[in-house]
Design a protein around this ligand. Structure first.
Ligand code: ATP
Ligand code: MG
Length: 415
């Protein structure tokens, strides 16, 4: 992508009233646009980041034999009445509307009830099980407070996955497999070493659910952590969990975190409420066992911003960055050679960001730092006329190495 063609541009200042650092930086760097409090549009750069996060999740969910689908945002009231969750007293984040004929509809804040309804149309016998399906979906929640930028949206992207099993054992095994898949996701996002599987309040069947909590000052949660034993407990269930796990409360360190994922073992609770049944090998009707597994895709993006950004701007881990390389062209010969590098990389299938604008070098360097791509390559007249060695600067560390043209090409292609 050439900067002269990229929609949109960097800004000197974030809009007044945007208090979250992640959103301020993402807006200034041209990744997102703020529609209103808690509602953001993703511009081309921001969308690339989201897609990279989604692709990692997609690969890991496919590895645990889940299949991707997409469900509708509009939902039927009757499904939610079956479980008592249509009421605004029970679920305080509903957005609701009416069809022209007066029929009530809800906008999906989760898809637990709709997925059970969908599944009961297709599940017949034990031979159909297990089933695991997932989607990436914009969830709508009428959140009371939306002061955390893209970490708490009124509209946000979630990966939600649901699995159905013939037995408790099969669900328990799958649940543990998903915990491992989630760990691989957070590792690949670059936040694995600071993300903890955390005991949290559970459903009706299991005492605890599991949250994935990432240490983050901009988070809204606190967890209690035993780093040595790798035990983490949510504030809500502290007393219960401490008793259960046999650790001493005083050994736990209180840290601020962001919840980047949450998984539930429902047992047969949902199936009993909504009559999701199958016939077993003896022809008897049984309730299905169900699990539900969420990852906050846009929240993960916000957490990555908060954790890695510095005073100069964004810093993206290589796996997540919208482009791995930012090429700064300086001077006429510089522009020509930078264009050649850009073209050769593109021909080899590597998309880079080429700053081909008629701007002063200082403006380009500042924008490169604000945008946070992992590697900046500077191709200018001075190096071309001099020793033929070009600067390659790592955004995260500021470290610089020099390479000739051939080395540059090889370096980029090996990223
Ligand atoms: P929270 O406690 O933060 O409100 P939750 O427990 O209601 O979240 P879940 O229903 O478990 O959220 O949703 C699954 C995941 O979606 C969460 O772990 C979180 O990462 C993400 N998420 C939830 N609400 C939001 C939101 N308003 N904006 C962005 N991400 C969210
Ligand atoms: Mg949760």
């Amino acid at each position: 992508m050439r900067m002269t063609q990229l929609f949109t541009r960097t800004l000197k200042q974030a809009p007044a009233g945007e208090v979250a650092r992640n959103a301020q930086l993402l807006i200034r760097a041209g990744y997102v646009h703020k529609t209103m409090a808690g509602v953001y549009s993703f511009l081309p750069l921001g969308l690339r980041v989201l897609e990279n996060i989604k692709q990692i999740v997609r690969e890991e969910m496919d590895k645990v034999d889940s299949q991707e689908l997409t469900m509708s945002t509009l939902q039927r009231k009757e499904l939610w009445q079956e479980t008592g969750r249509w009421s605004d007293e029970v679920v305080d984040v509903w957005f609701k509307s009416k069809l022209q004929d007066g029929t009530d509809v809800g906008f999906g804040w989760t898809h637990e009830e709709p997925i059970v309804d969908l599944l009961r149309n297709y599940l017949k016998s034990y031979k159909d099980l297990p089933i695991s399906v997932y989607q990436f979906q914009n969830k709508l929640r009428n959140e009371l407070r939306a002061k955390s930028g893209i970490m708490r949206g009124r509209e946000f992207v979630m990966k939600d996955m649901y699995s159905v099993h013939a037995s408790k054992e099969d669900l328990d095994n799958y649940y543990n497999t998903v915990i491992e898949a989630y760990k691989r996701c957070y590792d690949r996002f670059g936040i694995g070493d600071e993300t903890y599987v955390t005991f949290a309040s559970g459903g009706a069947f299991t005492k605890f659910s599991h949250e994935f909590q990432t240490i983050c000052d901009a988070g809204e949660d606190y967890i209690y952590l035993h780093r040595g034993k790798n035990i983490a407990v949510n504030e809500e269930v502290l007393d219960e969990a401490v008793a259960e796990l046999g650790v001493d409360r005083s050994e736990l360190e209180k840290v601020k975190t962001a919840e980047v994922g949450n998984i539930f073992n429902f047992g047969t609770q949902k199936s009993e409420e909504m009559k999701l049944v199958f016939t077993d090998a003896d022809g008897k009707e049984q309730y299905a066992y169900m699990g539900s597994y969420g990852i906050g895709i846009t929240r993960v993006m916000g957490v990555i911003v908060e954790k890695f950004a510095d005073e100069k701007g964004l810093v993206w881990p290589e796996n997540i960055a919208p482009f791995k390389v930012y090429i700064v062209a300086i001077g006429d010969k510089g522009k020509e050679l930078a264009g050649k590098l850009y073209g050769e990389l593109a021909d080899s299938g590597m998309d880079t960001l080429l700053d081909d604008r008629d701007e002063r070098p200082g403006v380009k360097f500042a924008d490169a730092e604000l945008m946070g791509l992992p590697w900046r390559i500077t191709i200018g007249d001075r190096a071309i006329d001099g020793d033929g060695l070009f600067e390659v600067t790592e955004r995260a560390t500021g470290e610089m190495k020099k390479m000739n043209y051939q080395q540059l090409l090889e370096f980029c292609l090996s990223r």
